[in-house]
Design a protein around this ligand. Structure first.
Ligand SMILES: *Cc1c(COP(=O)(O)O)cnc(C)c1O
Length: 400
């Protein structure tokens, strides 16, 4: 695309960082599967030596995500404009944690993706001596207390999984930087996507995604991406991506790039369907409470309106009747498939206490409010009425 004139997100998801392939004019990049590239003379090559370090198909995806997140890094500064793709979301996270030294203090949101918390607490606390602090960063008073001059990295998810808590991105970045100008502030933007929220605009240093979820959107690729806010951080990440080597393969990069092209239209439908489903649940007698940022009852609805361009496809609710009711509900749904993961075209339902968050210790789950009656919906892009009918049938099966 001619990038001279800035484009809106709905156009960037199609053309961001893309150009016709130079030899044939192919509109989509070829899937370059070669592991290595032939050199004319030792050290003389076309900028590509070995696929772990350089791959044109992966670059195309990386430039796309960097453009969507609004990184100012140019192609002259870095071949992928500050975007980096990894074998999974957790591979991306594992690489990012290498930005801080042994023994560093890392402050993370308390309601965190279970796998991220497991990597930090059960692996890196031991091997990297990380001094971890989990805190409710949705509360600015808590942020002021825990984000001190000792903090080397801040890890935020917003909205969180599964409790849909929001963090005020601008406030967190400014509080953390005031305490320590060298702190690295990272946002896991998996739930919101760059269509709804761009953390770099709020002063964040790094954005990461499990591209397995909304970015790819079709439940057929596991991957992770990272975007850096400037050239200096990009250089450090380029070194780490290559040195650690948990890169995304070219086939996965192609599939993910293909998936991203419909991200804007998918998010529009996810937003609309989730709002309808959340409103239906809120009015249902068998539901104790619904948590969705698009509902006026969400405690941070105002922040959601200010910070996000839409409220996303994730809806959490508490069913009356505890574990037994939850189990019957989950066994009765047809449109909502009982599976881990989220963010794809098909609707999924998850029971965090038994499924995705089983690795979180029961005391921690209880303290956070991840009870046995909590059900998490990833509202897909099917017809909203079929989604609502499905939920109604399942409530009838539960009895009430
Ligand atoms: C799934 C997920 C991850 C982990 O990504 P993988 O691709 O499964 O490794 C990290 N953060 C969030 C919010 C997720 O939903």
């Amino acid at each position: 695309m001619n990038d001279k004139h800035p484009k809106r997100p709905g156009t960037r998801v199609i053309h961001g960082g893309q150009r016709p392939e130079p030899i044939t004019g192919a509109i989509m990049p070829p899937i370059f599967t070669a592991a290595t590239y032939v050199q004319e003379s030792p050290g003389q090559h076309k900028g590509f030596e070995y696929t772990r370090s350089h791959n044109p198909t992966r670059y195309a995806l990386e430039r796309m995500v960097a453009t969507l997140e609004g990184s100012p890094v140019t192609e002259e500064q870095d071949p992928s404009c500050g975007g980096f793709a990894f074998a999974s979301g957790l591979a991306a996270t594992a690489t990012l944690l290498e930005l801080v030294d042994h023994g560093s203090r890392v402050v993370a949101m308390d309601d965190l993706y279970g796998g991220t918390r497991r990597l930090m607490s059960q692996v890196r606390a031991r091997t990297q001596g990380l001094d971890l602090c989990y805190a409710d960063l949705s509360d600015n008073t808590v942020c002021t207390e825990v984000l001190t001059s000792e903090t080397r990295m801040v890890w935020v998810e917003t909205p969180t999984n599964p409790l849909m808590k929001l963090a005020d991105l601008a406030a967190i970045a400014s509080i953390a930087k005031a305490a320590n100008p060298d702190v690295l502030v990272v946002c896991d933007n998996t739930f919101a996507t760059p269509i709804l929220q761009r953390p770099l605009e709020h002063g964040f240093d790094i954005v990461m995604h499990s591209s397995t979820k909304y970015l790819n959107g079709h439940s057929d690729v596991v991957g992770g991406v990272v975007v850096a806010k400037d050239a200096a951080l990009t250089e450090r990440l380029r070194f780490l991506q290559n040195a650690i080597g948990s890169v995304m393969g070219p086939m996965d990069a192609y599939m993910t790039l293909r998936g991203i092209k419909t991200l804007d239209v998918r998010m529009e439908r996810h937003n609309r369907n989730a709002q309808l489903v959340a409103e239906f649940l809120e009015g249902h007698p068998q539901v104790e409470r619904v948590v969705y940022p698009g509902l006026a009852s969400h405690p941070q609805h105002e922040l959601a309106r200010r910070q996000m361009d839409g409220f996303g496809g994730m809806v959490t609710f508490f069913i009356r009747g505890g574990l037994d009711a939850a189990r019957t509900m989950l066994e009765s749904l047809e449109v909502f498939q009982l599976a881990e993961s989220l963010g794809a075209v098909e609707s999924l339902v998850n029971h965090p206490a038994i499924m995705t968050h089983a690795s979180v210790p029961p005391e921690t789950r209880a303290a956070l409010g991840i009870s046995d009656s909590l059900i998490r919906l990833s509202v897909g892009i099917e017809d909203a009425q079929d989604q609502i009918d499905d939920l109604e049938r399942a409530f009838t099966a539960v009895g009430g």
